[in-house]
Design a protein around this ligand. Structure first.
Ligand code: SAM
Length: 317
Protein backbone atom coordinates (compact mmCIF):
# COMPACT_ATOMS: atom_id res chain seq x y z
CA UNK A 1 0.00 0.00 0.00
CA UNK A 2 0.96 3.69 -0.22
CA UNK A 3 1.35 3.87 3.50
CA UNK A 4 3.77 0.92 3.52
CA UNK A 5 5.84 2.57 0.77
CA UNK A 6 6.01 5.80 2.70
CA UNK A 7 6.81 4.09 6.03
CA UNK A 8 9.59 2.23 4.23
CA UNK A 9 10.97 5.53 2.87
CA UNK A 10 10.83 6.98 6.39
CA UNK A 11 12.73 3.98 7.80
CA UNK A 12 15.42 4.52 5.17
CA UNK A 13 16.08 8.05 6.48
CA UNK A 14 18.07 6.62 9.40
CA UNK A 15 20.80 5.68 6.91
CA UNK A 16 21.02 9.30 5.69
CA UNK A 17 21.71 10.51 9.20
CA UNK A 18 24.29 7.78 9.77
CA UNK A 19 26.20 8.22 6.50
CA UNK A 20 26.29 12.01 6.92
CA UNK A 21 27.55 11.63 10.49
CA UNK A 22 30.14 9.11 9.39
CA UNK A 23 31.39 11.40 6.64
CA UNK A 24 31.56 14.48 8.90
CA UNK A 25 33.43 12.56 11.62
CA UNK A 26 35.88 11.21 9.02
CA UNK A 27 36.70 14.86 8.23
CA UNK A 28 37.23 15.63 11.92
CA UNK A 29 34.14 17.74 12.70
CA UNK A 30 33.64 15.78 15.92
CA UNK A 31 34.64 12.36 17.25
CA UNK A 32 32.42 9.29 17.11
CA UNK A 33 34.37 6.01 17.26
CA UNK A 34 31.14 3.97 17.06
CA UNK A 35 29.45 5.34 13.94
CA UNK A 36 31.74 3.23 11.71
CA UNK A 37 29.95 0.10 12.91
CA UNK A 38 26.62 1.37 11.57
CA UNK A 39 27.67 2.80 8.20
CA UNK A 40 29.65 0.39 6.09
CA UNK A 41 31.87 2.96 4.39
CA UNK A 42 32.62 6.66 4.55
CA UNK A 43 30.59 7.04 1.37
CA UNK A 44 30.51 9.86 -1.10
CA UNK A 45 31.61 13.37 -0.26
CA UNK A 46 29.08 15.67 1.40
CA UNK A 47 29.08 19.43 0.86
CA UNK A 48 30.79 21.53 3.59
CA UNK A 49 27.50 23.21 4.57
CA UNK A 50 25.94 19.78 5.18
CA UNK A 51 28.85 18.81 7.42
CA UNK A 52 28.61 22.07 9.36
CA UNK A 53 24.87 21.54 9.68
CA UNK A 54 25.39 18.08 11.20
CA UNK A 55 28.08 19.52 13.47
CA UNK A 56 25.62 22.14 14.77
CA UNK A 57 22.92 19.49 15.22
CA UNK A 58 25.11 17.09 17.17
CA UNK A 59 26.76 19.77 19.34
CA UNK A 60 23.47 21.55 19.97
CA UNK A 61 21.54 18.44 20.98
CA UNK A 62 24.43 17.13 23.10
CA UNK A 63 24.69 20.48 24.89
CA UNK A 64 21.09 20.23 26.17
CA UNK A 65 21.19 16.48 26.74
CA UNK A 66 24.41 16.56 28.78
CA UNK A 67 23.22 19.56 30.82
CA UNK A 68 20.07 17.65 31.81
CA UNK A 69 21.97 14.51 32.78
CA UNK A 70 24.44 16.57 34.84
CA UNK A 71 21.63 18.39 36.66
CA UNK A 72 20.05 15.03 37.49
CA UNK A 73 23.50 13.65 38.46
CA UNK A 74 22.82 10.69 36.13
CA UNK A 75 19.86 9.75 38.29
CA UNK A 76 17.57 9.88 35.28
CA UNK A 77 16.40 8.11 32.13
CA UNK A 78 16.78 8.97 28.48
CA UNK A 79 14.25 7.93 25.83
CA UNK A 80 15.39 8.46 22.26
CA UNK A 81 12.32 8.20 20.02
CA UNK A 82 13.02 7.31 16.38
CA UNK A 83 16.62 6.68 17.43
CA UNK A 84 17.64 4.95 14.21
CA UNK A 85 21.31 3.95 14.40
CA UNK A 86 22.24 6.72 16.83
CA UNK A 87 25.36 6.13 18.98
CA UNK A 88 24.63 8.36 21.99
CA UNK A 89 24.47 5.43 24.45
CA UNK A 90 28.17 4.62 23.84
CA UNK A 91 29.24 8.28 24.02
CA UNK A 92 27.53 8.72 27.40
CA UNK A 93 29.19 5.55 28.69
CA UNK A 94 32.63 6.81 27.59
CA UNK A 95 32.04 10.25 29.10
CA UNK A 96 30.79 8.90 32.44
CA UNK A 97 27.37 10.42 31.83
CA UNK A 98 25.32 7.24 31.74
CA UNK A 99 21.74 7.66 32.88
CA UNK A 100 20.14 4.94 35.01
CA UNK A 101 18.62 3.56 31.83
CA UNK A 102 18.80 4.54 28.18
CA UNK A 103 15.80 3.59 26.00
CA UNK A 104 15.49 3.70 22.23
CA UNK A 105 12.40 3.25 20.09
CA UNK A 106 12.20 2.73 16.35
CA UNK A 107 10.31 0.60 13.84
CA UNK A 108 10.95 -3.15 14.41
CA UNK A 109 12.90 -3.54 11.13
CA UNK A 110 15.29 -0.70 12.03
CA UNK A 111 15.69 -2.09 15.55
CA UNK A 112 16.46 -5.56 14.16
CA UNK A 113 19.29 -4.10 12.06
CA UNK A 114 20.72 -2.20 15.01
CA UNK A 115 20.61 -5.23 17.28
CA UNK A 116 22.31 -7.35 14.63
CA UNK A 117 25.18 -4.84 14.51
CA UNK A 118 25.47 -4.76 18.29
CA UNK A 119 25.53 -8.57 18.49
CA UNK A 120 28.23 -8.94 15.86
CA UNK A 121 30.56 -6.04 16.80
CA UNK A 122 32.39 -6.44 20.13
CA UNK A 123 33.16 -2.70 20.54
CA UNK A 124 29.37 -2.21 20.61
CA UNK A 125 28.41 -5.18 22.75
CA UNK A 126 31.24 -4.92 25.30
CA UNK A 127 30.03 -1.70 27.04
CA UNK A 128 26.58 -3.23 27.23
CA UNK A 129 27.79 -6.37 28.92
CA UNK A 130 30.07 -4.37 31.24
CA UNK A 131 27.13 -2.34 32.54
CA UNK A 132 24.95 -5.40 33.09
CA UNK A 133 24.89 -7.15 36.46
CA UNK A 134 23.46 -10.61 35.73
CA UNK A 135 23.88 -13.11 32.91
CA UNK A 136 20.23 -12.82 31.91
CA UNK A 137 20.65 -10.26 29.18
CA UNK A 138 17.75 -10.19 26.71
CA UNK A 139 19.17 -9.95 23.22
CA UNK A 140 16.96 -11.45 20.56
CA UNK A 141 16.29 -10.37 16.99
CA UNK A 142 13.72 -7.71 17.86
CA UNK A 143 14.51 -6.44 21.33
CA UNK A 144 17.41 -5.82 23.56
CA UNK A 145 17.17 -5.29 27.29
CA UNK A 146 20.06 -4.91 29.67
CA UNK A 147 20.35 -3.06 33.00
CA UNK A 148 21.30 0.23 31.36
CA UNK A 149 20.30 -0.02 27.69
CA UNK A 150 17.02 -1.05 26.10
CA UNK A 151 15.99 -1.03 22.45
CA UNK A 152 12.33 -1.48 21.59
CA UNK A 153 10.67 -2.02 18.23
CA UNK A 154 7.40 -0.06 18.17
CA UNK A 155 5.42 2.42 16.10
CA UNK A 156 5.44 5.83 17.81
CA UNK A 157 1.98 6.52 16.40
CA UNK A 158 0.52 3.80 18.65
CA UNK A 159 0.82 5.32 22.12
CA UNK A 160 -0.85 2.59 24.20
CA UNK A 161 1.43 -0.07 22.73
CA UNK A 162 4.47 2.18 23.30
CA UNK A 163 3.51 2.85 26.91
CA UNK A 164 2.94 -0.85 27.57
CA UNK A 165 6.30 -1.88 26.10
CA UNK A 166 8.26 0.80 27.97
CA UNK A 167 6.68 -0.26 31.25
CA UNK A 168 7.44 -3.90 30.51
CA UNK A 169 11.10 -2.87 30.27
CA UNK A 170 11.08 -1.03 33.63
CA UNK A 171 10.51 2.54 32.59
CA UNK A 172 10.26 4.51 35.84
CA UNK A 173 7.85 7.48 35.64
CA UNK A 174 9.23 8.87 38.90
CA UNK A 175 12.72 9.47 37.50
CA UNK A 176 13.68 12.72 35.74
CA UNK A 177 13.40 11.83 32.06
CA UNK A 178 14.95 13.26 28.96
CA UNK A 179 13.10 12.57 25.69
CA UNK A 180 14.87 13.15 22.42
CA UNK A 181 13.56 13.19 18.86
CA UNK A 182 15.84 14.10 15.97
CA UNK A 183 14.13 14.44 12.59
CA UNK A 184 11.30 12.14 13.63
CA UNK A 185 8.13 14.09 14.49
CA UNK A 186 8.04 15.63 11.00
CA UNK A 187 7.14 12.17 9.60
CA UNK A 188 4.02 11.99 11.77
CA UNK A 189 0.83 14.05 11.43
CA UNK A 190 0.53 17.00 13.84
CA UNK A 191 -2.08 15.09 15.85
CA UNK A 192 0.13 11.98 16.10
CA UNK A 193 3.14 13.96 17.31
CA UNK A 194 0.94 15.94 19.71
CA UNK A 195 -0.32 12.66 21.16
CA UNK A 196 3.26 11.52 21.71
CA UNK A 197 4.41 14.70 23.45
CA UNK A 198 1.15 14.76 25.44
CA UNK A 199 1.78 11.19 26.61
CA UNK A 200 5.27 12.26 27.75
CA UNK A 201 3.91 15.29 29.64
CA UNK A 202 1.31 13.11 31.37
CA UNK A 203 3.73 10.33 32.23
CA UNK A 204 6.63 12.28 33.80
CA UNK A 205 6.58 15.06 36.40
CA UNK A 206 10.18 16.10 35.78
CA UNK A 207 11.24 15.94 32.16
CA UNK A 208 12.74 17.66 29.18
CA UNK A 209 11.82 16.95 25.57
CA UNK A 210 14.39 17.93 22.94
CA UNK A 211 13.10 18.05 19.38
CA UNK A 212 15.39 18.74 16.42
CA UNK A 213 13.75 19.18 13.03
CA UNK A 214 12.85 21.43 10.12
CA UNK A 215 11.41 24.92 10.65
CA UNK A 216 10.37 27.94 8.55
CA UNK A 217 9.11 25.62 5.85
CA UNK A 218 6.67 28.01 4.15
CA UNK A 219 9.28 29.97 2.18
CA UNK A 220 10.81 29.01 -1.17
CA UNK A 221 13.84 27.24 0.33
CA UNK A 222 11.52 25.24 2.62
CA UNK A 223 9.38 24.22 -0.35
CA UNK A 224 12.46 22.89 -2.15
CA UNK A 225 13.41 20.86 0.95
CA UNK A 226 9.91 19.33 1.00
CA UNK A 227 10.02 18.53 -2.72
CA UNK A 228 13.38 16.79 -2.34
CA UNK A 229 12.00 14.48 0.33
CA UNK A 230 8.80 13.84 -1.58
CA UNK A 231 10.82 12.77 -4.59
CA UNK A 232 12.01 9.91 -2.39
CA UNK A 233 8.41 9.10 -1.46
CA UNK A 234 8.90 10.44 2.03
CA UNK A 235 5.76 12.10 3.30
CA UNK A 236 6.43 14.97 5.64
CA UNK A 237 3.07 14.52 7.30
CA UNK A 238 4.01 16.86 10.12
CA UNK A 239 5.33 19.82 8.18
CA UNK A 240 2.47 22.03 9.45
CA UNK A 241 4.00 21.93 12.91
CA UNK A 242 7.29 23.15 11.36
CA UNK A 243 6.04 26.50 10.08
CA UNK A 244 7.81 28.61 12.67
CA UNK A 245 9.59 28.56 16.01
CA UNK A 246 6.22 29.47 17.55
CA UNK A 247 4.43 26.46 16.04
CA UNK A 248 7.27 24.29 17.34
CA UNK A 249 6.77 25.62 20.88
CA UNK A 250 2.96 25.50 20.70
CA UNK A 251 2.97 21.72 20.16
CA UNK A 252 4.43 21.41 23.68
CA UNK A 253 2.67 24.28 25.42
CA UNK A 254 -0.72 22.94 24.27
CA UNK A 255 -0.08 19.42 25.58
CA UNK A 256 0.86 19.95 29.21
CA UNK A 257 4.49 21.11 29.11
CA UNK A 258 5.24 24.02 31.44
CA UNK A 259 7.90 25.76 29.45
CA UNK A 260 9.18 25.66 25.86
CA UNK A 261 11.99 27.37 23.98
CA UNK A 262 13.01 27.13 20.34
CA UNK A 263 15.97 28.48 18.38
CA UNK A 264 16.91 28.07 14.75
CA UNK A 265 20.20 26.33 14.04
CA UNK A 266 21.92 29.47 12.73
CA UNK A 267 21.36 31.06 16.13
CA UNK A 268 22.54 27.91 17.88
CA UNK A 269 25.62 27.74 15.63
CA UNK A 270 26.52 31.26 16.76
CA UNK A 271 26.08 30.24 20.42
CA UNK A 272 28.29 27.14 20.32
CA UNK A 273 31.83 27.45 21.76
CA UNK A 274 33.44 29.70 19.14
CA UNK A 275 36.96 28.29 19.43
CA UNK A 276 35.65 24.90 18.29
CA UNK A 277 33.52 26.52 15.57
CA UNK A 278 36.67 28.29 14.32
CA UNK A 279 38.46 24.91 14.30
CA UNK A 280 35.80 23.17 12.20
CA UNK A 281 35.49 26.15 9.85
CA UNK A 282 39.14 25.59 8.93
CA UNK A 283 38.51 21.93 8.00
CA UNK A 284 36.86 22.64 4.67
CA UNK A 285 36.61 25.76 2.58
CA UNK A 286 33.09 27.11 2.23
CA UNK A 287 32.41 29.37 -0.74
CA UNK A 288 29.04 30.66 0.06
CA UNK A 289 28.31 31.44 3.66
CA UNK A 290 24.81 32.43 2.59
CA UNK A 291 24.00 28.83 1.70
CA UNK A 292 25.00 27.68 5.18
CA UNK A 293 22.84 30.42 6.68
CA UNK A 294 19.81 29.46 4.62
CA UNK A 295 20.19 25.80 5.47
CA UNK A 296 20.63 26.39 9.19
CA UNK A 297 17.69 28.79 9.33
CA UNK A 298 15.51 25.88 8.21
CA UNK A 299 16.29 23.61 11.15
CA UNK A 300 15.64 24.18 14.83
CA UNK A 301 15.93 22.77 18.31
CA UNK A 302 12.87 23.11 20.49
CA UNK A 303 13.10 22.05 24.12
CA UNK A 304 10.23 21.81 26.56
CA UNK A 305 10.31 21.16 30.28
CA UNK A 306 8.31 20.12 33.33
CA UNK A 307 10.18 20.51 36.57
CA UNK A 308 8.47 19.28 39.71
CA UNK A 309 11.81 18.29 41.27
CA UNK A 310 13.27 21.73 40.58
CA UNK A 311 16.31 20.60 38.67
CA UNK A 312 16.53 24.27 37.77
CA UNK A 313 17.41 26.61 34.97
CA UNK A 314 16.71 25.34 31.47
CA UNK A 315 18.03 28.37 29.57
CA UNK A 316 20.51 27.64 26.80
CA UNK A 317 23.65 28.99 28.59
N1 SAM B 1 17.15 10.14 15.30
C1 SAM B 1 18.09 9.42 14.46
C2 SAM B 1 19.27 10.29 14.13
O1 SAM B 1 19.20 11.50 14.31
O2 SAM B 1 20.29 9.76 13.68
C3 SAM B 1 17.41 8.91 13.17
C4 SAM B 1 16.76 9.96 12.34
S1 SAM B 1 15.92 9.33 10.91
C5 SAM B 1 15.84 10.80 9.94
C6 SAM B 1 14.23 9.12 11.45
C7 SAM B 1 13.99 7.86 12.26
O3 SAM B 1 12.68 7.90 12.83
C8 SAM B 1 14.06 6.59 11.41
O4 SAM B 1 14.93 5.67 12.01
C9 SAM B 1 12.61 6.11 11.39
O5 SAM B 1 12.51 4.71 11.27
C10 SAM B 1 12.10 6.63 12.73
N2 SAM B 1 10.64 6.78 12.76
C11 SAM B 1 9.89 7.63 12.01
N3 SAM B 1 8.58 7.46 12.25
C12 SAM B 1 8.48 6.47 13.19
C13 SAM B 1 7.38 5.83 13.85
N4 SAM B 1 6.12 6.17 13.57
N5 SAM B 1 7.66 4.86 14.74
C14 SAM B 1 8.94 4.49 15.02
N6 SAM B 1 10.01 5.07 14.43
C15 SAM B 1 9.79 6.04 13.52
Amino acid sequence: TDSDTSDEAVRATCDDATTCKRFATSKGYWKDPYIQYFARSVGERKAPEINRGYYARVQGVNHLLDAFIRKAECNCQVINVGAGLDTTFWRLKDENLMPRKFFEIDFPTVVARKIHNIKTKPPLSKPLIETHSTDSLLLDAHSLDSDRYCIIGADLRDISNLDEKLKKFQLNPELPTLLLSECVLVYMTPSQSSNLVHWAAETFHTAMFINYEQVNMSDRFGQVMIENLQRRQCTLAGVEACQSLDTQKERFLKTGWEHADALDMMTIYSMLPQDDVARIERLEFLDERELLQQLLQHYSICWATKDKLNLGNYEWI
